[in-house]
Ligand binder design. Structure first.
Ligand SMILES: [Zn+2]
Length: 324
């Protein structure tokens, strides 16, 4: 009955009232789902794990791929945010709660990207271990967020060298959750880190070909500072200050002014967001649109891995900015 107490936590959650304005409906839905989870948890194991596998839940498809690359067939990995979804504004689904309830390990990014998972942990009463794969990584220079002071930009994986450090942290968490797989996780992480080292070298070589005068861009949301910092771009601004918030007329006018003043070459759009506003700004200012970049989500095959989306993004950026 421990899980049933979670219903009361949900119904009082002030954050869900303020953010969504429909806490009553949401709480009722969650209450029904959680009751079902409580019953189901008594009789069934994890939803996807086969014998010998551990059940791992990641908050995003990008993190799920990092786990998969390390663990291979030892782990059944589920992403809470579906492919193409927006992690910043995600609303948990009934299937998300079932996955969290029965997971052995939850891999989140942390740094404010996926704080919503904390409520899911409380409300499902899951006994899963939790690792924030993007937090407290040795050797990573964390960059400031766009919002309030003292926030950190969470998109650390957009620098491949940082993703390597996340992989090491994920391997440690997998080993703690499943000690019998220690050697497999070590081998998986070692092989994948070598692939990422080679990928990082390749991306640096591609980005180096962009002429110095063409390296200033604006983005739809604030997902690219780590990529820019690592591979030599300058982000001059973003169209939205945070996903789910529409820009004001004043902030758009400021951005258009900056694009004209600062020799901006391109506007980055992203697959999980409508690109209409970016295209309007590009038309008005005459800059390129680098369309449909991948950052917070993977795509369909062959863009269904972290390495593939990073390579594809750099291909698009290099092409648009005059590199080779
Ligand atoms: Zn993002």
């Amino acid at each position: 009955m421990r899980r049933l107490r979670g219903i009361q936590v949900v119904s009082r959650d002030p954050a869900s009232v303020g953010r969504h304005g429909r806490a009553t409906t949401r709480s009722l839905l969650l209450a029904v789902v959680l009751a079902a989870v409580a019953v189901a948890a008594c009789s069934t194991p994890g939803p996807a794990a086969s014998p010998g596998q551990i059940s791992v839940v990641a908050t995003t498809t990008v993190l799920a791929d990092l786990v998969h690359q390390v663990a291979g067939s030892r782990a059944a990995v589920t992403s809470l945010v579906p492919k193409g979804g927006d992690v910043h504004t995600f609303d948990p689904r009934p299937s998300s709660l079932r996955a969290v309830a029965s997971a052995s390990l939850i891999v989140r990014n942390g740094l404010g990207l996926d704080d919503w998972v904390a409520n899911m942990v409380v409300n499902t009463g899951t006994s899963a271990a939790i690792v924030a794969a993007g937090e407290e990584l040795p050797g990573v220079t964390y960059l400031p967020g766009e919002g309030a002071a003292n926030t950190v930009n969470p998109h650390v994986w957009m620098n491949v060298a940082n993703a390597e450090r996340m992989v090491a942290k994920i391997a440690t968490a997998l080993t703690a959750a499943d000690p019998a797989g220690a050697q497999a996780y070590l081998d998986g992480a070692t092989a994948y880190e070598a692939q990422l080292t080679a990928l990082d070298t390749e991306l640096h070589a591609r980005m180096t070909t962009i002429p110095a005068a063409n390296r200033t861009v604006v983005a739809f949301h604030d997902a690219f500072p780590y990529l820019a910092d690592a591979y030599g771009l300058r982000i001059d601004g973003t169209i939205i200050s945070a996903p789910g918030q529409d820009p004001s007329a004043g902030s758009l006018a400021d951005l258009v002014g900056a694009i004209r003043r600062d020799n901006v070459k391109a506007v980055f759009t992203e697959v999980q967001f409508n690109d209409e506003l970016a295209r309007t700004i590009a038309t008005e200012t005459g800059v390129e649109v680098v369309s449909g970049l991948y950052d917070d989500t993977l795509g369909d095959a062959p863009l269904d891995s972290y390495a593939a989306i990073m390579r594809r993004d750099v291909d698009e950026v290099v092409l648009a900015l005059g590199g080779i």
